[in-house]
Design a protein around this ligand. Structure first.
Ligand code: NAD
Length: 246
């Protein structure tokens, strides 16, 4: 049996991608809504809410999901820390999967980076650097995915954001032992590439993910919708959905 889904942001690029494959993933987008639509009938009758709108759309739909005790999957990004906190508090009352990247491959990259960073810590003499590439239209840098990779490496080293070196120019001097490099390349139509490099003396390890189609995010969000409907209230990540917790 298909899940009955309320999809917020249905007219956007991700909204359309989700609608194009929903039925292959046991979901029926019964209530596709966007700016100006009334969510009341859908929120009462749906099994699960999926939000791929914009920053301003998430809190309102999450509050409605809370009022009607509906599980929610959030893919929208770009919220401030305060907005994020308000939205995350709703997960005390309903199950919520919130992921800045729903691709299976990227979540595996997070997991592998955690594992490698544990082994190749500061005492190992391997230097971590992140290189990401995106299309020429992308407005922010580094990407949210690169930010998460940086966070994983810093956590494993008990380091702070001050150790991040964004790009290098001029005469920055020799690389400091605690530095974590971050480099953003922009051009053409690149969907998204992330490489985590651990460079040692005489050898290096590179973990790379290349996205070639946005449909991977839609597939991940629909997987999360099927997963979250049987969960207790709480805040879950895509790594939880995929069983990739360290
Ligand atoms: P988009 O601009 O193409 O679509 C956004 C849609 O949301 C539009 O149709 C817009 O009218 C609608 N919208 C805006 N405000 C709304 C509101 N208050 N209520 C209801 N609908 C509203 O954007 P997109 O490329 O589809 O991406 C949507 C969001 O998903 C962005 O935040 C983007 O960064 C994020 N995203 C996340 C992932 C992931 O894997 N988590 C992947 C791709 C994009």
């Amino acid at each position: 049996m298909s899940l009955s889904v309320l999809l917020n942001g249905a007219n956007g690029r991700m909204g359309k991608a989700i609608q194009s494959i929903a039925e292959e993933h046991a979901c029926k987008i019964k209530y596709p809504i966007d700016v100006g639509d009334n969510p009341n009938e859908g929120i009462k009758n749906c099994d699960v809410v999926i939000d791929f709108s914009l920053r301003d759309g998430t809190l309102q739909i999450a509050e409605l999901a809370q009022s009607f005790e509906k599980p929610i999957v959030i893919g929208t990004t770009g919220h401030t820390k305060d907005e994020r906190k308000l939205i995350e508090e709703i997960s005390n009352n309903v199950p919520m999967v919130w992921a800045g990247n729903f691709s299976t491959g990227v979540n595996l990259l997070f997991f592998l980076t955690q594992q490698v960073a544990k082994v190749l810590g500061p005492e190992s003499d391997f230097d971590p650097e992140i290189v990401e590439m995106h299309h020429r239209f992308k407005k922010d840098a580094p990407s949210g995915t690169a930010d998460r990779l940086l966070e994983i490496i810093l956590q494993s080293r008990n380091s702070s954001e001050q150790e991040i070196s964004h790009g290098r120019q001029g005469i920055p001097g020799e690389r400091k032992p605690n530095e974590v490099g971050s480099h953003a390349l922009r051009g053409g139509d690149i969907v998204g590439e992330h490489t985590v490099l651990f460079a040692g003396m005489g050898e290096r390890i590179e973990l790379t993910h290349r996205a070639t189609d946005r449909i991977i995010f839609a597939i991940g969000a629909l997987k999360a919708a099927n997963w979250v409907v049987s969960k207790q209230p709480g805040l879950y990540s895509m790594q939880d959905v995929l069983g990739l917790t360290a």
